[in-house]
Structures are given as structure tokens and as C-alpha cells.
Design a protein around this ligand. Structure first.
Ligand code: PHE
Length: 455
């Protein structure tokens, strides 16, 4: 490759890399945590609606922008609509990349530690013991910040290698193994005593929760986060795609895969959780999977091995996501400012590491960051709320308006159907991107702000 830009080695490589970006902590850590806080199946239902009618069309739109422009998200808007303010949408994405990576790397650090803890049997015993172990681990500042920096360093090292050799290779091996292990664990969880209560909680919606706008906001944010949308990650990945490849089919595969992994994670956590006496899914917080899963592993023959394998795969899934988060700002510094890949990676990683410190400190270690005064949540939660629940949907809203009304649907469709690519229901996609996506996002954000502000 003559330039610092890269390109995918194959169509499968692209799908795997984009699926690798989508599948990560958002599915296995984030989704069950949000289901627990959002009241179970009601959240799941709203989540699926958001994925189908808001997020899937936006994923197609992001790929179309990226492939047309062959540029990072900021430059892409400049290429398609020069001399307008649309590049600011890309800027929001670049900032979101750094913001999300700053807390994501903290959780990814926890998963690395749990490889060791489960393999050695350090985390075991009663539910209280397992919970206590988690709390004292996350308030161990040198350990958790060290792990966070470790995650960032590994991500930076992979990204230095460029798009093809770094990203594609890692995902090809990991994804099938992860799916297989998840299915195994779901079968085991379903056969535990008390599992039915967990299943009911997960599949039978409590209709009274459906009308809580905050459930909608959380589900929308979670859907954007899980599918890596609204911040240009998919614009960036689309920009490495050749015009010979069909976008719609790839997007459908990625959405289906990402959603299945999230649903499977819930099928593991809730039956396993409810098999523990006195389990309350809403109080698990960010530690939910770290306190429920070790119990599940303990019920398996060779549980240490299963547990370690699980956390290894989860760490790899997290890394294929951190790679895409870091790649967005890095691509911008390369495409937009002519930096070398190496300098860009070092600068962005350093900035993110600084921003990650308060998230790493705010889990019991430093009271100020654990519960921010006047805000009622910790720094990590605040970051997740700002970026996932607001920045990503706003980014998605702007992308939908841009494609639907500025670049226009027929131009976008020409890109999507280049070289006779398969594209089902273009009229439906056009209507979703022009009307449904922007209106739904706007309404959800508006009513959430109203509810939170108590107006
Ligand atoms: N989708 C990733 C996950 O579910 C997180 C992510 C968000 C990655 C936004 C890139 C962009 O873990």
C-alpha cells in the first residue's frame, strides 16, 4: 500500500472486521447490565425495535458515506458536501471515539484480570465473597489503571500494523469461537435450578416499563453503542471497502450477528443470575457479569478452564472494538492532517489514557469519582451516559438527516447499488432514513431531557 490508508483484503475480511467492531463489551457486559436496569424483557423489546427501525438503516448510511468518500468521518463530509458545516458531525464522532475508548478500556482491563482470577480459582465461594472480591479488585488503583493502560497499549500496537494485517486477522479466529462458547454457556445456564425465573424475566415484558421514556433512551443508546454507530466507526470501515462489494447484505449480517450475541449473553446471565438465591438484576451495576459468571463457571466441570476461555474471548472481542474506536481519530489525523500512522496512534492513545484515569479511579477507589457530587453517578457511568445515550444518537440523527435530505437518498442509493449490488426495499430504506430515524431519535432525546430535567 503506497499511502498510509489501508484496504480490506477480502469481503469476508470486511464483514468480520465490522462485526468485530460491533461485537464487544457492549453485547456481553453492556446489554445484560442495561436489561437489568431497564426492567428485563421490556428493555429487550424496545432494544430490538431500535435496532431494526433506527440502527440498521443508519449502518447502511454510514457504509455508503464512507465508501463514497474513501475518507475518515470528518473528511468524508467535506468531500461529499464541501464548504458546509457538516464536517462537525464527523468531529462529534472523533470526540466520541476518544470518550468511549476512555471508559471502555477500563472495563476491558477488568476482563483481562478475570482471565487470571477464574483460571486460578481466585474468585470463588459464596455470592457475597464473589461480590466482595469484585469490589476490592476494582478499587485497587494501581492494578486497574495499569490494566487500562495495558489495553490501550495493545490496541495501539495492533493499529500501528494497519488495517488489513491487524484487524482482519484477529477477528477471523475469535468470532466463531466466541459464538460457540456462548451457546454452550447458555445451555448450561438454562439447566440450572431456578433458571425459569430468569428466563421469564428476560422474555416476558412488564408492559408498565415500556412507557418509561428512560427505557427508550437507554435502549436507543445501547443499540447505537452495540452496533458501533453514530460516531463514524462504520464510515471509517466503509472507507476501506472497494466498490465491488455489496453493502446491504454485509450490514444485515453484521446486525444479525451483533444482536444474536447480545441476546445470547442475556440468555446466559439471567438464568444463571436467578439461580442464585436473592438475586436482584437491577442492583448488579457494572459488576453484573463479573459477579454472576464466576458462579456459573463453578457449576461446570472444568469450570476454571471454561471461565478463563470465556474471559480470553471476551478480551479479544473487546480489543476488536477498541481497535475501531481508536481507528476513527487516527484515520482523521492521517487523512485530514497528513500525520503518519505512528504519530497519530501515539498522540490519540496518550490523550485517551489521561482521560481514562478518572473512570478507572471511580469504582470505589476515590469517593469523588465514584459518586460525582450533584450528579448521583460515578465518572465511568457519566461517560457512558453522555457518549452512548446522547452523543451517539445525536450523531446518528445528523447522519440520517445528511443522507436523507442533504446528500439525498437517490445519490446514496446509487452508491449502495454500484456494480449492480443487491439492495432490498430501497423505498423502505429511504423512508426510514428520511423520516423514521430522525423523528424517533429526536422524540426520544427530547422527552428524555424533559423527564430528567423534571419539566
Ligand atoms: N460496539 C462496541 C461494543 O459493543 C463498542 C463500540 C462503540 C465500538 C462505538 C466502536 C464504536 O462493544
Amino acid at each position: 500500500m503506497a499511502t498510509e490508508r489501508g484496504a480490506w483484503g477480502s469481503r469476508a475480511g470486511f464483514i468480520l472486521a465490522a462485526a468485530g467492531s460491533a461485537v464487544g463489551l457492549g453485547n456481553i457486559w453492556g446489554f445484560p447490565t442495561q436489561v437489568g436496569q431497564g426492567g428485563g424483557a421490556a428493555f429487550v423489546l424496545v432494544y430490538l425495535l431500535c435496532v431494526a427501525f433506527i440502527c440498521a438503516p443508519i449502518m447502511i448510511a454510514e457504509f455508503a458515506i464512507g465508501r463514497r468518500a474513501q475518507k475518515d468521518p470528518i473528511s468524508a463530509f467535506e468531500v461529499i458536501r464541501p464548504a458546509t458545516a457538516w464536517w462537525l458531525t464527523g468531529l462529534l464522532g472523533v470526540l466520541a471515539g476518544v470518550g468511549i475508548l476512555s471508559f471502555y478500556s477500563v472495563i476491558a482491563g477488568w476482563t483481562i484480570a478475570y482471565i487470571w482470577f477464574t483460571a486460578t480459582g481466585a474468585v470463588s465461594g459464596s455470592q457475597e465473597a464473589i461480590g466482595g472480591f469484585f469490589s476490592s479488585f476494582v478499587s485497587n488503583v494501581p492494578l486497574t489503571t495499569g490494566l487500562t493502560f495495558g489495553v490501550l497499549a495493545i490496541t495501539a500496537a495492533i493499529i500501528m500494523g494497519g488495517v488489513r494485517s491487524g484487524i482482519e486477522r484477529a477477528t477471523k479466529i475469535m468470532m466463531p469461537l466466541l459464538l460457540l462458547l456462548l451457546m454452550l454457556l447458555a445451555v448450561r445456564a438454562a439447566t440450572l435450578p431456578g433458571a425459569e425465573a430468569g428466563l421469564a424475566y428476560y422474555v416476558r415484558p412488564d408492559m408498565s416499563r415500556i412507557w418509561d421514556i428512560r427505557v427508550f433512551n437507554a435502549a436507543l443508546g445501547q443499540a447505537f453503542f452495540s452496533l458501533s454507530l453514530g460516531m463514524g466507526a462504520m464510515i471509517t470501515y466503509g472507507s476501506y471497502l472497494s466498490r465491488r462489494e455489496g453493502i446491504a447484505a454485509a450490514a444485515i449480517w453484521i446486525v444479525l450477528l451483533d444482536t444474536s450475541v447480545a441476546l445470547l449473553a442475556g440468555l446466559i446471565i439471567f438464568p444463571a443470575g436467578f439461580s442464585i438465591p436473592g438475586f436482584d438484576p437491577s442492583t448488579g451495576g457494572p459488576g453484573l457479569i463479573f459477579t454472576v459468571l464466576p458462579r456459573l463457571f463453578a457449576t461446570l466441570p472444568g469450570g476454571h478452564l471454561f471461565g478463563a476461555a470465556f474471559f480470553i474471548l471476551l478480551t479479544m472481542a473487546a480489543l476488536t472494538s477498541t481497535i475501531s474506536l481508536l481507528e476513527v481519530p487516527v484515520a482523521h489525523l492521517i487523512d485530514g492532517h497528513g500525520w503518519t500512522r505512528r504519530t497519530a496512534v501515539l498522540a490519540v492513545t496518550g490523550t485517551t489514557a489521561l482521560l481514562a484515569i478518572p473512570s478507572a479511579l471511580g469504582n470505589g477507589a476515590v469517593p469523588f469519582f465514584t459518586s460525582l457530587p450533584g450528579i448521583g453517578m460515578g465518572f465511568l457511568d457519566l461517560m457512558a451516559t453522555i457518549w452512548n445515550n446522547f452523543a451517539l444518537p445525536v450523531g446518528g440523527f445528523l447522519i440520517a438527516i445528511f443522507v436523507g435530505w442533504v446528500w439525498r437518498v437517490d445519490e446514496a442509493l446509487a452508491e449502495l447499488r454500484a456494480e449492480h449490488a443487491w439492495f432490498p426495499a430501497p423505498g423502505l430504506w429511504g423512508a426510514l432514513i428520511r423520516y423514521v430515524c430522525p423523528a424517533a431519535i429526536l422524540l426520544i432525546i427530547f422527552f428524555t431531557i424533559r423527564a430528567v430535567a423534571g419539566i
